[in-house]
Write a protein that binds this ligand. Structure first.
Ligand code: FE
Length: 171
């Protein structure tokens, strides 16, 4: 009788665990059937600074990893008017479409919006006695540039980006 009671308790417990497992949302199981791009979760790249130093050119490393800025009008894309997509020079994450590019006259490629707000991340930057909003690649953390509120319609934003941080592929 005692054994039966104990078994009954364990049986109930197992039954509850089974129901909980079946009914609870199992995101991992669901996400395997959905393409990576549609999951809405950016798969982050974590490399050491040594690895980045080996992969990137000196200039790329300075801008992307040390948050440097290329000199205005010296980059390869500030005047680029071709149709295509701008990717992160470090990890290949798509960042901006040529449709969102505009001539800001600043000497840096400028866009009024990213390809997706999930592909870029922002952070407060208090360097050089200014408070600016830094923008970086959501996938690898590579520094891209800054965002300002003086852009054109429809967003009113200006993503001021270093050419060095980008790789353009024409359509
Ligand atoms: Fe990246």
């Amino acid at each position: 009788m005692l054994y039966y009671k104990r078994f009954n308790k364990i049986g109930k417990l197992l039954f509850i665990i089974l129901v909980f497992t079946v009914c609870s949302p199992n995101n991992e199981r669901i996400s395997k059937d959905i393409p990576k791009e549609a999951r809405g979760k950016m798969v982050k790249i974590n490399k050491t600074e040594k690895e980045w130093k080996e992969e990137l050119t000196k200039e790329e490393y300075h801008v992307l990893r040390e948050k440097g800025t290329e000199r205005a009008f010296t980059g390869k894309y500030h005047d680029n008017k071709e149709k295509g997509i701008y990717y992160c020079a470090a990890c290949g994450n798509p960042l901006f479409k040529s449709d969102a590019k505009f001539d800001s006259g600043t000497g840096w490629p400028s866009y009024y919006e990213p390809i997706s707000t999930e592909n870029v991340e922002t952070e407060k930057d208090r360097s050089f006695f200014m408070v600016r909003t830094e923008v970086h690649c959501a996938k690898c953390g590579g520094h891209l540039g800054h965002i300002f509120n003086d852009g054109p319609k429809p967003t009113g934003l200006r993503y001021c980006i270093n050419s060095v941080s980008l790789k353009f592929k024409p359509e």
